[in-house]
Design a protein. Structure first.
Length: 237
């Protein structure tokens, strides 16, 4: 009987705690609904650049929670914010002071894609996005490759050239010339890859050739490095 009494006591204690949490969430939602735009605390993580403004976030949240209960409002706010193409992830929750908190991780652009008369952006997940407001200057340019399969094939190459410490030169872009992909670095001769198969091997051979040319004072002698063919590096004057 004593054990049964303890179980009943724990059951009512859990109900009390759960009810208190629900009341706290409802009270927070009520206060937020009264001052919809003012009570949203917006936090950005990741890149310092702002492709989504705090005002835009607050307006989206205010529309999403209008007329909805606390938890339903949170779900609607998260779903509405995730529809923004420049937001990778979002968390919405109630804070201790009855304020709604929104934590946003923006997308990371890695290259500008120019195709015919269109300009788009490739992000760090390989997705092609519209150009966001305030896009940073100096991103590599991908030219002559149709968005879709061809840019999908370039994505691993672009990320490798962007993130590999073995490459001391900043990527300027990848240009299509005929059937070849030509990689351009800032301050170094361009590299004719051909297709993007075995790109790690081709880039490694290129870096070896760059080192050789610098050591022997021939850095400005050649206009292009051709690594299209297996086991060969051709320096063109």
């Amino acid at each position: 009987m004593k054990a049964r009494g303890r179980h009943i006591m724990w059951f009512f204690l859990i109900l009390l705690i759960g009810g208190s949490l629900l009341w706290w969430a409802a009270a927070g939602y009520k206060r937020f609904a009264e001052r919809a735009g003012e009570e949203v605390v917006v936090e950005f993580t990741g890149m310092p650049a702002r492709y989504v403004s705090e005002d835009e976030v607050r307006r989206t949240v205010a529309r999403a929670v209008a007329g909805r209960s606390g938890l339903e409002g949170i779900r609607e706010a998260e779903e509405a914010l995730r529809r923004n193409p420049f937001i990778d992830d979002v968390q919405v929750y109630w804070g201790a002071a009855g304020r709604m908190h929104v934590r946003i991780r923006q997308f990371t652009p890695v290259a500008v894609v120019e195709w015919q008369r269109q300009t788009m952006v490739m992000d760090s997940r390989g997705r092609i996005k519209p150009v966001p407001p305030g896009l940073e200057n100096g991103l590599p340019r991908i030219k002559g490759f149709r968005p879709g399969r061809t840019t999908d094939a370039l994505y691993p190459l672009v990320m490798y050239l962007r993130d590999t410490s073995r490459i001391p030169y900043r990527l300027a872009g990848v240009v299509r010339e005929g059937k070849d992909a030509v990689v351009r670095f800032r301050g170094a001769p361009p590299v004719r890859l051909g297709d993007t198969t075995a790109y790690k091997y081709k880039i490694a051979k290129t870096m070896d050739m760059y080192d050789y040319l610098r050591r022997h004072g021939k850095w400005h002698t050649y206009r292009e490095i051709d690594v299209r063919f297996a086991g060969q590096v051709v320096c063109k004057k």
